[in-house]
Design a protein around this ligand. Sequence first.
Ligand code: NAP
Length: 303
Amino acid sequence: MEEYDVAIVGAGPAGLTAGIYAGREGLKAVILEKAVKGGMANAAPLVLNFPGFKSITGLELLKRVGDHASGYVEIKESEEIQKVEKEDGIFELITNKGQYNAKTIIIATGTNYRELGIPGEQKFIGKGISYCSICDGMFFRNKNVVVVGGGNSAAEHVLYLDDIGCNVKMIHRRDELRAQKYLQNKIKEKGIPVIWNSVVREIKGDNFVKSVVIYDRVRDVEEELDVNGVFIAIGEKPSSELAGEMGVEIDGGYIVTDKNQKTNVPHVYAAGDVTGGLKQIVVACSEGAVAAVSAYNDLKLED
Ligand code: NAP
């Protein structure tokens, strides 16, 4: 069985950058990704704050990072880890396809979309409900859509959907957005309507979404709005189950690390959104770099 110096779990910005740095340090590395390269960052309609790029889609940016990483590290897609065991100081990562042995592990498993948990949501996923405007927005050109949420993701979805010609409204549960001021100003400038102080209580339809039931928390009234599409962007939940099973310390769902991205478990590091903090692509990349160099330093010390 081939043995790696480092197995990186997750091929988002953190995992891919960890791969670049591990490869450049001369470590034999592999990235195991349960889906496809890029992770959640692929879904960013436009990235306007990654240094060196004034404006680039998440998909294009992550394609570039993925291509770059491929020169340094093996990247295995559709490879989901089922369990991790430790035998004679070596981690054994058992996936749906096989087994990988490694001296160290970098966990860069990111986050997942949060769901509203309301009637109709599960029924209409893919039938009018989406969590990704760049993936599905084009189906709703010239149609009525709502975006639920008030953070950066919701704001970016709203602006993108408006740009591609959807008739879009935003629904937010408070009277001010959490999104960055730059995005808020853009929404105002474009005159995109925001339905304030309101929550969606139900999504209705037949084969496809037809309306949402909205409750105005201030006026204490419930109204039904006809829509063809609902984009949900109400935050993320960290994908830290694997780390938890390995005995890694978790706080509020996020992996706890020190400034060298080390966890409480020797030879296990974590990087990117799964560690919480400022969720930005640039931060995930830097944490990935630090994690890989930490792994290298620890292995070098033991040589
Ligand atoms: P977020 O910042 O956590 O915002 C979630 C939004 O959804 C909040 O406005 C929240 O309302 C609302 N919300 C939460 N639960 C809800 C519910 N059950 N019903 C209705 N509304 C609900 O999540 P995000 O926008 O997905 O962003 C995730 C992270 O990625 C953030 O750290 C964000 O800054 C980062 N990010 C950054 C960029 C960028 O820099 N351009 C782009 C995308 C994401 P309240 O405001 O009332 O809490």
